[in-house]
Design a protein around this ligand. Structure first.
Ligand code: ZN
Length: 318
């Protein structure tokens, strides 16, 4: 009896060992499948890049956008914390074309060691708009076709970095691009409802050139292509004259820009007898709060289209 008892005990011991070893093995397998540390670390400047890449990259990526709501990329200076994030990134994606005007030196340094890609600079120059002094307009996310191509190029970078995930990224991208096409069709329909003579979009700085080109709207920015440019009294006076000439019912502020110059235009028009209202706030160089509709590229674009439509058709609604 004693002997049997011992061998039974040994059996239990052996079984326990096997079960616990199996347990270890299975938890190790789970770790390798779902280890969040293995996600590709993407760091972007503007969220107009970061949020779509989060959709396309899905659970294989972790995206950090340095510039949050209300932040002006033209004037943005990287903090020490940003530089650490950039140095720890697997892939860095930025817009380029001098949008992030103060970060040029940082980008050229990072180019020596990091996987870094400028979406704006991946587009053929012939498709880009130029300002009065020949500077390229960097606000290309307002041309839905251009931004789609830029995101497509960024996705190729992602595929090169992680070929095993290429099919997954491609599938997510195709689904996302369908939504961009839907937004484009919807915007064409909406904007064609604005009477031709009222298709004038006045904003604080010249961010909507591509939007205007795409949907046949004249755009006027009080500041130039960069918010580093000054607003002069003559800019305000010329804009007031244009509003009066075309009887434009509304002008717009931008979430990342001081509202004073636009308010001066409204006052100036009012002194000359034209009732111009503030048509609302547009997202130009920064998106809305993450987790809200306006915190997504498609959502902020849709918000702008609705706000512009409502503002410019105001007199028609009376
Ligand atoms: Zn801008």
């Amino acid at each position: 009896m004693k002997k049997r008892k011992t061998s039974f005990g040994l059996w239990i011991f052996a079984l326990t060992m096997i079960v616990s070893l199996m347990g270890c093995a299975s938890s190790a397998t789970q770790m390798s499948e779902k280890n969040p540390d293995e996600a590709i670390q993407i760091v972007t400047t503007i969220a107009q890049i970061g949020e779509p890449m989060e959709v396309i990259g899905g659970d294989r990526v972790k995206v950090t956008s340095l510039m949050g709501p209300g932040v002006d990329p033209h004037l943005y200076k990287a903090t020490q914390g940003d530089i650490t994030k950039l140095q720890n990134a697997d892939i860095i994606l930025y817009s380029g074309l001098h949008l992030e005007g103060n970060m040029g030196d940082i980008f050229s340094k990072l180019k020596e060691t990091k996987h870094i890609f400028a979406l704006g600079e991946s587009i053929d120059e012939g498709r880009l708009l130029k300002g009065d002094e020949g500077a390229i307009d960097p606000h290309i996310w307002f041309d839905l076709d251009l931004w789609k191509d830029a995101l497509d190029n960024a996705t190729e970078e992602l595929k090169d970095f992680s070929p095993d995930d290429a099919d997954y990224f491609e599938q997510n991208k195709q689904e996302y691009f369908k939504k961009i096409e839907e937004l484009k069709a919807e915007t064409i329909e909406k904007m064609s409802g604005v009477p031709e003579e009222q298709r004038v979009l006045v904003t604080a700085h010249d961010a909507f050139g591509y939007f205007g080109r795409m949907f046949d709207i004249e755009v006027v920015g009080l500041q130039g292509l960069s918010t580093e440019d000054e607003v002069g009294l003559s800019d305000i006076q010329d804009t007031v004259d244009l509003l009066i000439e075309k009887q434009v019912p509304a002008v717009f502020v931008e979430s990342s820009i001081n509202q004073n110059s636009i308010k001066a235009v409204i006052e100036g028009a009012s002194e000359k007898g034209l009732d111009v209202t503030l048509g609302g706030e547009l997202y130009s160089d920064a998106m809305g709060q993450a987790g809200t509709e306006e915190g997504t590229y498609l959502g902020m674009y849709h918000h702008n289209v609705t706000t512009i439509y409502n503002g410019l058709t105001r007199s028609g609604q009376k």
